[in-house]
Design a protein. Sequence first.
Length: 120
Amino acid sequence: MRDDTDLARRSPARAGEPVKGGLVMFGLALLLSWIPLLGPFVGGFVGGRIVGDTGRAVGISILPSLVFGIVVAAILSVFDLPVVGAVAGLAVVVWVLIEALPLIVGAAVGGATASSDQRA
């Protein structure tokens, strides 16, 4: 007789590994970036499957965009340009999120399919 807890420990899609999923997500998206929409989608899908949950997978795919925008705002704020830094940081976040849309959609689909596999 199989023990479900033992299976959950061995299967990354069932256990949910956010760090590994995030690294795989962005590594594959970077390696497949020469394929315009499909490359980031595949990276997001595989990473989302490894993360194992839709919400966490989407959060992990959005996190670098937010961090990059905050860094831009902080750098411009250091040079006595806080208003310009805030506007530029927000613009960078929006721009990167639009560029990362296939990655986010792929992460959502991958996380949803992993979640449905866990229920079955």
